[in-house]
Design a protein around this ligand. Structure first.
Ligand code: GDP
Ligand code: MN
Length: 402
């Protein structure tokens, strides 16, 4: 999960990373008031688009205004702007800073090396990509041992390798504390600046949190991060996330539910091979209970693009009778008004099939092989005329779900 700059800034504050005073506003009027509180009429103010993409400065999403009234005008221009496909819904008003030097600092998880990496440069700012491409030696890369973390010694080595001044050393340690304490995959500050009157400040912040750590990061739910992360989700994605389901919305019309990412992905392929397009990826995982299956089916059936649903379960740890009970449970909760094709095999398949047979819903059909089931579901989806979303390009987003 990526955070907005203002959310990253809030985490920096919590961990003692120095940041300039700032406030967030969603309307020009609120921007004016925030700017006034921050002393815009005396010092001026920086108005910054809040979007989850970099390069805001170059796109005109970061602008200086010389007072509260100017801040309101600037906010009006920036709000609603499109920056690389992201619509600006809020701005951050920040007290301006007299920049002496701009540095680049980040911690990333280096999956290939199996460790963390500190990446730092004395030539930070908006041109960092160009610097890294033209003169890679200007960007220092220092491995960070995950068990040891960034000690004062490590921080000093990072600063030295990158040519950063000694005042950055405590900041480097605190940024590592953010990385570790928040289970982040990325903490990036560009620019980290040295100001004319002394202190080192983080003027920008980019943080990616590791969604797999949600279970132990109880504080994430308290902040604005969740609300912000949810705003770009479809209702189905939001509900699936709330239920802890591994769901990805796609652009077709056959709803797909299976157990195990590999099986679900091959189910998508088989359905596509039958001339229909998957409406989603949904993996109920191993050892799923009836409730999980019921939740999964409710989510998929609530998608208006779905014209038929294919449940493909090969029971290993997952027992097919539990899956069947989940389907029956879901049919109690939501009205089934489109064909539902179920293929159960493996652990307790016979029991599962009997449960579904006993349920006797006219729109529920069973097939014993994946091919037959896919064929049936694909035909049901394509028989009913052109899909609502016909003409959209199929997505390859499902690769992310594996
Ligand atoms: P990005 O382009 O999306 O990375 O957005 P940044 O937050 O990094 O802002 C772009 C540039 O604007 C920075 O590199 C700074 O040079 C400048 N900038 C950002 N905030 C401030 C500020 O508070 N004061 C001053 N003087 N410049 C700022
Ligand atoms: Mn930046």
């Amino acid at each position: 999960m990526d955070l907005y700059e203002h959310q990253a800034r809030a985490l920096f504050e919590r961990y003692g990373v120095p940041v300039p005073p700032a406030e967030v506003a969603a309307t020009p009027h609120a921007a004016r008031e925030a700017a006034l509180r921050l002393g815009a009429d005396e010092y001026g103010i920086v108005v910054k688009a809040q979007v989850k993409t970099g390069g805001r400065g170059k796109s005109g999403g970061v602008r200086r205004a010389d007072g509260a009234e100017a801040a309101e005008r600037t906010a009006r221009q920036i709000l609603g702007m499109d920056i690389k496909g992201h619509t600006v819904r809020s701005v951050m008003l920040a007290q301006p800073v007299a920049i002496e030097d701009e540095f680049y600092v980040s911690y990333v998880l280096d999956r290939n090396a199996g460790c963390f990496l500190a990446v730092a440069s004395a030539e930070g700012g908006m041109e960092i990509e160009e610097v890294a491409a033209a003169r890679p030696e200007a960007v220092a890369r220092v491995p960070v041992d995950p068990a040891e973390g960034v000690t004062a010694g490590t921080a000093a080595r990072i600063a030295e390798a990158a040519g950063l001044p000694a005042e950055t050393v405590p900041v480097l340690q605190r940024l590592w504390a953010v990385m570790k304490g928040e289970d982040a995959l990325l903490v990036e500050v560009n620019p980290l600046v040295r100001t004319a009157d002394g202190p080192v400040l983080a003027l920008d912040g980019k943080i990616t949190l590791d969604d797999n750590a949600r279970f132990r990061q109880t504080r994430w739910g308290e902040g604005a991060s969740d609300e912000a992360a949810d705003e770009e989700l479809t209702p189905q994605e939001a509900e699936a996330a709330a239920k802890g389901l591994n769901y990805v919305k796609l652009q077709g019309e056959v709803g797909i539910i299976g157990n195990g990412a590999g099986l679900v992905m091959s189910t998508l392929d088989v359905v596509a091979g039958r001339g229909a397009r998957p409406a989603n990826f949904l993996d109920i995982g191993g050892g799923a209970s009836a409730t999980v299956m019921a939740d999964a089916l409710s989510v998929v059936l609530s998608d208006p693009d779905v014209r038929s649903v294919l449940v493909n379960v090969f029971g290993g740890i997952t027992a097919c009778d539990a899956v069947a009970e989940g389907i029956v449970l879901a049919l109690d909760r939501v009205r089934l008004d489109k064909p539902l094709v179920v293929r159960l095999d493996g652990n307790s398949a016979e029991k599962g099939r009997e449960i579904l047979h006993a349920c006797g819903h006219p729109l529920l059909e069973q097939r014993t092989t994946m091919d037959d089931a896919a064929e049936r579901a694909a035909r049901s989806a394509t028989d009913t005329g052109p899909p609502a979303s016909a003409g959209r390009v199929p997505t390859t987003a499902v690769a992310q779900a594996g």
